[in-house]
Design a protein around this ligand. Sequence first.
Ligand SMILES: [Zn+2]
Length: 389
Amino acid sequence: MSNIKAKIVSEEIKETIRVLSEEVGQRFAGTEGEWDGTEYIYQRLSELGVKTEKQVYPFVGWEPKGTPELEILSPVSQVLKTAYLLFSGSTPNTGIKGKLTYHGVKGLIPGVYDMPCYNVLGVEGDILAQVVVNSGGDPIALLNPRAKFPIPAVVMSNEDHLKIQKLLNEGQDVEVFVKVEGHIKTCKSANIISHPYKTNNTTNRKKVIICAHSDTTLNTPGAYDNGSGVAGIIEIARKLNKNQYDFPFDIDVIAFSNEEVGFIGADYYVNNLKEMGKIDEIAAVINLDQISAGDKIWSWVGPEDFRQKVEESFRESGAYDRNDFTVDVDTPKAGADEWMFHLEGIPTALLMFWRLPDYHRPTDTIEKIEYDKVELIIETVFNLLNKIE
Ligand SMILES: [Zn+2]
């Protein structure tokens, strides 16, 4: 009986991830794919009979043009692998040439993604461009943490970074060519907000949010990041809508859009609540991001008493007994949607598996989904719901 039930759950989860990663594909901020992804999530929740609404909002997006280029001109001649720094400024379409100097560390996500960065200087010492290292390996699209300063910028591999460091340490001048183009544009997107559970407790009404981001970065179908999290919250909405529970709070299940470009959907939602004087209604936020692969559960949780509840919830779901991954329940970090709520003093938990090597790459596909991990996270969410007062 329990095996049959587990199989049905897996099929539902699989279908959501299949449609998002294979039929819709890349869901980058402000693109048709991003809109189609949110539309699908809206339909799927509605079809389950869960009361669901779209929170449509405009935002300042960014559109890349062509492909970025990075080349060493001297002392060796070599074309390097590169990728976009999202919200980069543009070089002229003929590119720029300049001298590479080490700049410092860009805190893309402080404490998680602190990346070495080079300046490309013109003859008068002005900054023509920047080159940011992906210290995790080959270049992948990364987000410019200082988007209001649109210096043209591209991403470099860690391997090339080590090579260039060596040349600079030997006192050599390194000249590079950089070409990158993109532009700011006004876009429209939507958060999908559903209400699968209403409490019987009508005094002192509070709400718990369970969320996942619906978008992807550039150049990836996003099965693990974050088709898996979306499938997780839809499954949770289905269970909450269908079964009998007795929680002392309402539960909203939300797919936030445009996380990969700076938590834009969550930012809009939180600020809207603040403006309406309703932010105090949120008792806690549980965010599911990248829940289907990796050798470590890396959970970012605060404050301390909520962290203990999360650890206990993982213990109950057997996460500490597994030998195929470790569990690290850590402090909050500015790396995912729940951060916007953390800044308002709300208890937040990111439930995340770290990390599929194909993360943010074209190879983040459905074959790499580990359904038992997705189900373990879902079980942990229910364990945690039982501990929130
Ligand atoms: Zn993600």
